[in-house]
Design a protein. Structure first.
Length: 184
């Protein structure tokens, strides 16, 4: 893959719904057991999870400064994440996913590093929760400069802690620029 494009999505109309659902297909299938355990028809349950997912993005996520970041390679969406600015200089990252066909090729790291580079226009703290069972994601975060900040992950949207996750943290402090008087 050669032609990589980073998309910073702030409006629902910018989303290629088919590509986004293809990227998250594995997670959506897993979420059927959580959200719709009573549904025996797996295809119908997946369709419902996808509808819920897109409705959340349309009606709740996009707006208020939230951003969907997507890495595209040769016209295909291969890695994505959601970014919430919660306070000044404090961001919460959620739903980092790479399409299964493109895992272990560095795309999640490229996406994380690109988002971090965009945020480095100022000082910031970036937090995420990562399942303790997801060693690939833990390694990706560490490779990109995150640290394991807590044994329990904190969902900063709900304030709930989860012992099944690690709290991951990346912090960047922009150096203060010297004033013109100090340079004279």
């Amino acid at each position: 893959m050669h032609n990589e494009v980073l998309h910073r999505i702030t409006r629902f109309e910018e989303i290629d719904q088919h590509q986004l659902m293809d990227l998250y297909a594995e997670g959506n299938a897993e979420n059927t057991d959580y959200f719709y355990p009573e549904m025996a028809d797996k295809k119908a349950a997946i369709s419902k999870v996808e509808d819920d997912f897109l409705n959340y993005i349309r009606t709740e996520f996009l707006g208020g400064g939230n951003t969907y970041w997507v890495l595209e390679a040769d016209g295909r969406w291969i890695s994505a994440l959601r970014l919430y600015p919660l306070e000044q200089e404090f961001y919460y990252l959620e739903a980092l996913e790479t399409h299964p066909a493109f895992r272990q090729q560095g795309y999640a790291s490229k996406l994380l590093n690109a988002v971090i580079s965009e945020l480095k226009k100022g000082s910031f703290v970036l937090c995420d929760c990562v399942s303790k069972k997801n060693m690939a994601s833990i390694q990706t975060h560490l490779k990109c400069g995150f640290i394991i900040a807590s044994e329990d992950g904190i969902d900063y949207l709900t304030g709930e802690a989860d012992s099944r996750d690690y709290g991951m943290r990346y912090e960047y402090r922009k150096a203060a620029q010297k004033s013109s008087k100090a340079q004279a």
